[in-house]
Design a protein around this ligand. Structure first.
Ligand code: MSP
Length: 555
């Protein structure tokens, strides 16, 4: 028996390590996931959006010790910072999983018991290297820093370097519990061939396809001796071992659906999308599929008596860099999103949305990007202030001035007569352009499509020159037609912005007297909204005020 036809769009983010406060790299994945979740809600889908924190392992154990705290107390304090950032950024997750919660720990232990009972675990010795910051094992053949030079060493310690982050590795030799890995190589290769969109974007698909051309290690560790790492989930049948933090963390993607299905009879698994950074691609596209295959028949609670299906898609985004380096706390080059929003953007009533707009529009999703505060300010002044803010402000002010604040009706078939047919066509095509871009998570293209409409609408204002029409009483119908058409444009732009800039979208639609109901896809598809003939709201905030010039500047 298989699960009933799945209706829920289930998407996940990585679980963030709680060794330090979140930075914009962490905010990025959650913003992208939030936008995706909101977009699919706008489409009318049932969405379940999961995020959370990865709280076990050596790295957190060491950070807690350095802070003179117990690992749990330390994790609690850092989790509070993550959660307040998600609130600040308006992240709309449906659940927040902490890997230290009993609901997760108990299911991880149950999974281990079942794997052990089914004879799928191997007790094996491991000799190789370990990257503590990445909590990842590397074999002798894989070391060599980002350049791939196996002789490269850290100048201070003389230790070889991690192939992904370039930091010094530690030698490890230990006996733990493992799953078979090499045995899975052939089916996984074939799976990739048969499912070309399993890994996106294409560069990441190619990376894993070529990795699978080389033999994988025989096994993958899932539990480590307690004397090496004390902070972790105890292995129920071998208390001398704790669960390897990556195995523990990956399982969150099914421990939550397991719980939800028990409580709500709602089937979430398989995930529609695992959104991750490219530095954790291998864990999600090699080790995780292998874990799921090993779980075949062991977790009927997910809705599958036999094979557990793989997630529909793993999408790996690029990294935010500062200079040539990845932004990371241990490299000391982080940009703190809280400072950015609450201090640098303090003059902005919709600061979080300004930040959301910047990170989503600045780089094509999937590629690396360079954060710059000037870049952020430029986007704010040009795209948001001069284009979007200006369009909304001009349109509404003219409706106030020339129509007493009453939104004039507009019919699409009348647009030809007032020279706005081109604008009407572009607005009508907008939802589909955004949908097409979002199918491959191209947030920047989706925003670009919206901003092109904004630009065209601003040009249309110049061409139609309502202030001239207003001087000629015989052009009254034309004036109202133009302002009505602009009101429709602004409303539809407002609806389409909802996933990207939720607060700005709400404010635009509030000002246009659209009511409080959440916007729907239907609202974007209809030229004239239910607010035609309504009166604009009087107390209207300027969406993107210009920052006051610093003392001594300007006239
Ligand atoms: N705990 C693991 C993930 C377990 S998922 C079951 C982990 N945590 S992390 O905190 O180190 O990273 C979490 C995510 O943040 C990763 O997707 C990573 O790519 C992302 N980022 C961390 N630094 C980043 C940038 N500088 N830029 C963009 N994203 C980056 O890995």
């Amino acid at each position: 028996m298989n699960a009933a036809k799945r209706k829920t769009t289930y998407l996940t983010t990585p679980l963030y390590y709680v060794n330090a406060s979140p930075h914009i790299g962490h905010a990025y994945a959650n913003l992208a996931a939030d936008t995706y979740a909101r977009f699919h809600r706008l489409l009318g889908e049932d969405v379940f959006f999961l995020t959370g924190t990865d709280e076990h392992g050596q790295k957190i154990e060491r950070s807690a010790a350095a802070a003179g705290m117990s690992p749990q107390a330390f994790a609690d304090s850092v989790v509070a910072r993550f959660q307040s950032l998600w609130k600040l950024l308006n992240i709309s997750h449906d659940d927040y999983i902490r890997t230290t919660q009993p609901r997760h720990v108990e299911r991880v232990q149950e999974i281990l018991r079942r794997l052990h009972k089914a004879g799928r675990l191997i007790q094996a010795a491991y000799k190789g290297w370990y990257c503590t910051p990445d909590e990842t094992f590397w074999t002798e053949g894989e070391i060599g820093g980002p350049t791939g030079d196996p002789t490269a060493v850290d100048p201070q310690s003389g230790k070889p370097l991690c192939p992904t982050c370039g930091r010094p590795l530690e030698p490890v030799e230990e006996v733990g519990w493992h799953l078979k890995l090499r045995d899975h190589q052939e089916w996984l290769k074939q799976y990739l061939k048969d499912n070309q969109r399993f890994i996106r974007p294409q560069t990441r698909y190619n990376e894993i396809a070529s990795l699978l051309e080389q033999p994988l290690p025989e096994t993958w560790c899932i539990a480590r001796p307690r004397h090496r790492v004390g902070w972790g989930i105890e292995v129920p049948f071998d208390p001398g071992c704790v669960v390897y933090v990556w195995f523990d963390a990956l399982l969150n993607y099914i421990t939550v659906p397991w719980e939800i299905r028990e409580k709500e009879k709602r089937t979430l698994w398989p995930a529609s999308l695992h959104l991750i950074g490219k530095d954790i691609l291998r864990h999600h596209t090699v080790y995780w599929p292998v874990v799921l295959r090993e779980l075949a028949g062991l977790v009927p609670e997910l809705g599958y008596d036999r094979d557990v299906p793989l997630p529909d898609m793993v999408y790996a985004h690029g990294l935010w860099k500062v200079g040539e380096q990845k932004m990371s706390k241990s490299l000391g080059n982080v940009v703190d999103p809280v400072t950015l929003i609450t201090e640098r953007l303090a003059s902005q009533p919709f600061a979080a949305d300004v930040f959301r707009y910047y990170v989503l529009s600045e780089i094509p999703f999937g590629q690396d990007g360079f954060f710059s505060e000037e870049g952020l300010q430029t986007r704010l002044t040009t795209d948001l202030g001069n284009d979007l803010g200006n369009l909304v402000n001009r349109t509404l002010s003219m409706i106030d001035r020339y129509c007493g604040g009453k939104i004039p009706p507009s019919r699409q078939e009348d647009l030809d007569a007032i020279g706005l047919r081109g604008l009407g066509d572009r607005v009508r095509a907008l939802p589909e352009s955004v949908r097409a871009a979002m199918e491959d998570l191209q947030f920047s293209l989706a925003l670009n499509a919206i901003m092109q409409v904004v630009t065209l609408a601003n040009q249309s204002i110049e061409q139609a020159a309502p202030w001239q029409l207003a001087k000629q009483p015989e052009k009254r119908a034309q004036l109202e037609g133009v302002l009505g058409a602009l009101a429709c444009t602004v409303r539809i732009v407002g609806v389409m912005l909802k996933p990207f800039m939720p607060a700005v979208s709400d404010e635009i639609r509030r000002q246009l007297a659209c009511g409080d109901a959440a916007p729907t896809w239907e609202d974007a598809a209809h030229w004239e909204g239910r607010n035609a003939g309504a009166t604009l709201i009087r107390d209207r905030a300027v969406l993107f005020p210009r920052p006051a010039p610093a003392a001594g500047q300007g006239k």
